[in-house]
Design a protein around this ligand. Structure first.
Ligand code: GLC
Length: 807
């Protein structure tokens, strides 16, 4: 018998070695080193791809990247010891002995540089080592716990169902191996496109390098450089795709629970929102709507007539979202199981037996979503849901989660015909499920936009679904962690994200719930959700004070809908996030990385949110450079300073950047279909020019792609004290008949709209209503949340351009 031992060589670190040869290919070069072959491809002046393999063939299929390199305007030079490839923005230097890569900016400064270990292997594991730069910080990487600046921390990408995860737990459900490095007033992004379990080390347990590695597969990464983090995210989104514009109703408030049943309970919950005048758009059905948790079925006892119930909910102005889990119960006679077997779409062991794992329904088989045939099968199964009037879907347990959490490595996946085991497929399974659900729903909905939510995903998941951060816990710490997770997902191109408002596991206290709703109102995805056997968690379930607070902040969310939908539009166009870590616009301000302030973010580009625990009445807030207005009172602050902000439970610290323009719908009704007919443009005096791109469409169809939208650029010119609104572009007629320009912080005696003098009106303006006095110690703040003597002008909303000038 011959026993082969791994060679000593495989137990040690093996680098690329020296350059042996290279040649020019379309969009770059291809070369050989002593140990490998590699390609360098130029995607744009800002994006280079480095692809290194020790195998005969490059692994070129990507689930993440949707574009091909398409840029030839670079210069290749051979200087003897090294090569350079130069675009207008980046120069890549390729050292020949040994091969290693250094990226320079156009001023010749090093942006990013391989450590001498460069790219190397230990056995099958491939790693790239980057020299740690002086003062370097690391941000992003998606759904990762820990601080905003990840320096000193290490992370894994391995999609994992982690019930009640801790505030330091890693990995969680979703993998987006893209991070941004910041140093010396520069920033760059690295996207490591390898779906195997991967590891990121940001100078954790060492002071020499940052590194990224995968258990197997190629070293295949994209290097992105721009002057701003925002543009880096946009280039990453160019590579991995953008989210489709979601239906407007899906960014309203969604009420969920594990689970609402029977049908009457769901209707009662919906009716209570209406009775209590709390806007909401969605009731979500968790697993109990199914018979024995079998997907595509309804529990006949609990939901005897789903159509009738859904019609009733629709008549109350609610959309319905239903849970979809991937596990198909092994049960003779169950249609999805029988048909799945018949079509042979389930995951298998190498010997051809179907893999069985346990999840909610008991023993299940799992559709292989990496097989196009399975995706078609799954897509068609949504017809019954759509026929019932359901437009929203929730993909859960798709890491794949099975009891024991140990999906065996040897399970085989189709991987678009290329076949691979769990080791390569696990991280993309959830995203491929989300893709199937999304594409199925989109095709079946015939012209209406679906809402799709997923727990698990990989880079590119934003093309198919919103992502929520799974099973969080009802604590203040978790609430703040949720904010960071959402911001970090935004840094990784996932703009439509949120957390379980109120906390999934455990019971929120009254004030924790109230604070969480305040923050949820400023999260891109806003859904209340809580676990089976936890206390009732609807906005009215925590007493009157909390109910008033919830009504206030949920209404505020709806009032801000014109602002928010415009931000979603921009995210769908460019990939720029809706919830924006301060690291996006204030990247080089060291203070924002201080853990005292690292939860702060911009909601859209103009509203600064300072998340704070439920127990605090006062908090420190850092306002970056510029000038700021307290959102509720218009009190102004100079930026670049820390202030003490009041935050009794009814008040979330919110600030507006000077020169901002915020479109608001003041008179909101039940849901996003009912935002009144007045559009307010709140303009905040400042020294800089301000600009806002306002976007509107029917909120539900794809007609906007045929020109049925309305877009206007609104410009504030401080020098001329004027606000110019461009002519409405597109064929859509605004829902708002009236425009009201609300002028914050300005000194003026008269106002002209175009050349006509108009009447100036004045009100005490409240973004939220004063709440009843529940706390005798704090009598002031409720009443104090108002802008005194806010002046405004009002006129008909016409499609022509107009100019408001203050004299
Ligand atoms: C998972 C989900 C949770 C859901 C539960 C039951 O734990 O993360 O949101 O309520 O499953 O379906």
């Amino acid at each position: 018998m011959i026993i082969s031992h791994p060679s000593t060589k495989d137990n040690l670190n093996n680098g690329l070695g020296n350059l042996m040869q290279y040649e020019e290919i379309t969009n770059g070069i291809e070369g050989k080193t002593e140990a490998s072959k590699f390609k360098i491809l130029v995607y744009s002046p800002h994006i280079f791809r480095i692809h290194i393999t020790r195998n005969e063939l490059y692994d070129d299929h990507s689930y993440a990247v949707v574009v091909q390199p398409d840029f030839e305007d670079y210069i290749l030079e051979d200087a003897g010891d090294y090569l350079t490839i130069r675009t207008s923005d980046i120069t890549l230097k390729v050292d020949k002995q040994p091969v290693k890569f250094t990226f320079y900016n156009k001023r010749g400064e090093i942006i990013n540089e391989d450590d001498v270990f460069g790219t190397s292997w230990i056995g099958e594991q491939v790693t790239t080592y980057k020299k740690l730069q002086d003062g370097e910080r690391f941000i992003g990487l998606g759904e990762k716990t820990g601080p905003l600046d990840r320096k000193g921390h290490g992370y894994q990408h391995w999609n994992t169902d982690h019930f009640a995860y801790g505030v330091e737990s890693d990995p969680l459900y979703c993998s987006t191996p893209f991070y941004i490095g910041v140093h010396h007033k520069m920033a760059y992004g690295i996207f490591f496109d390898n779906t195997h379990k991967s590891h990121f080390n940001f100078a954790a347990s060492n002071n020499r390098f940052s590194s990224f590695s995968a258990d197997s597969g190629d070293m295949n990464y994209y290097f992105i450089h721009h002057d701003s983090v925002d543009h880096i995210i946009q280039s990453y989104s160019h590579l991995t795709g953008k989210m489709p514009l979601p239906p407007l109703w899906s960014i309203g408030y969604q009420q969920c629970r594990y689970s609402y049943y029977p049908d009457k309970e769901a209707v009662t919950v919906a009716q209570t929102f209406r009775d209590k005048d709390i806007p909401a758009d969605v009731i979500v059905f968790d697993i109990h709507y199914m018979e024995d948790y079998k997907i595509f079925t309804w529990d006949k006892k609990k939901f005897s007539n789903p159509k009738e119930m859904i019609d009733h909910l629709r008549s109350l102005g609610f959309h319905v979202v239903v849970m979809c889990d991937p596990g198909i119960k092994i049960e003779e006679g169950y249609e999805a199981y029988e048909d799945g077997k018949h079509q042979d779409i389930f995951l298998k062991y190498p010997d051809g037996e179907y893999y069985s794992g346990q999840v909610w329904p008991g023993w299940c088989h799992f559709p292989d979503f990496t097989n196009p045939k399975t995706r078609r099968w799954w897509e068609e199964k949504f017809k019954d849901y759509v026929d019932l009037g359901i437009h929203g879907f929730w993909n859960d347990m798709n890491e794949i989660a099975t009891w024991g959490q140990m999906l065996p490595d040897l399970i085989e996946f189709d991987m678009e015909g290329e076949k691979a085991t769990s080791r390569k497929a696990r991280n993309v399974y959830g995203m491929q499920m989300a893709k199937s659900t999304y594409e199925g729903a989109r095709n079946l909905l015939k012209g209406k936009r679906p809402f799709n939510l997923t727990r698990s995903g990989f880079s590119g998941v934003q093309r198919y679904a919103a992502v929520w951060t799974g099973d969080n816990v009802a604590t203040d710490e978790h609430m703040l962690l949720g904010v960071r997770l959402v911001n970090s997902l935004g840094l990784a191109g996932v703009a439509f994200t949120g957390f379980d408002t109120g906390g999934f596991v455990g019971n929120a206290s009254e004030h924790l719930f109230a604070r969480w709703v305040e923050l949820g109102a400023f999260s891109p995805f806003f859904r209340g959700h809580s676990m089976i056997n936890s206390r009732d968690s609807e906005p009215w379930a925590f007493g009157e004070e909390v109910e008033e607070i919830c009504r206030n902040y949920i209404k505020l969310r709806y009032r801000l809908m014109p602002y928010l939908y415009s931000a979603f539009y921009e995210a769908a166009q460019t990939g720029t996030p809706v919830a924006r870590s301060l690291a996006i616009d204030y990247t080089h301000d060291q203070k924002i990385y201080d853990p005292a302030y690292h939860n702060q973010y911009m909601f859209g580009k103009n509203i600064l949110v300072a998340p704070v625990e439920s127990t605090k009445h006062l908090t420190k807030v850092y306002l970056p450079e510029g000038e700021w207005y307290d959102f509720f009172t218009d009190r102004t602050y100079k930026g670049g300073e820390t202030i003490i902000a009041e935050c009794p439970i009814e008040r979330l610290p919110l600030f507006i950047k000077a020169s901002s323009i915020i479109p608001v719908a003041p008179s909101v009704g039940d849901n996003t279909c009912d935002l009144g007919d007045v559009l307010e443009l709140h303009v905040y005096k400042g020294k800089e020019e301000g600009q806002f791109t306002y976007y509107e469409d029917d909120g539900e169809s794809y007609n906007y792609q045929q020109g049925s939208y309305l877009k206007r650029t609104i410009k504030y010119d401080p020098g001329k004290s004027s606000i110019i609104v461009s002519e409405a572009e597109g064929k859509y007629k605004s829902k708002y008949n009236k425009i009201r320009v609300c002028l914050h912080g300005f000194d003026f005696d008269s106002v002209r709209v175009n050349e006509t003098m108009v009447e100036i009106k004045e009100i005490t303006y409240r973004f939220i209503e004063p709440i009843s006095n529940f706390d005798p110690i704090y009598t002031e703040p409720n009443e104090a949340l108002q802008v005194k003597d806010l002046r405004f002008v009002e006129f008909e909303n016409r499609a022509e351009a107009f100019k408001v000038t203050l004299y």
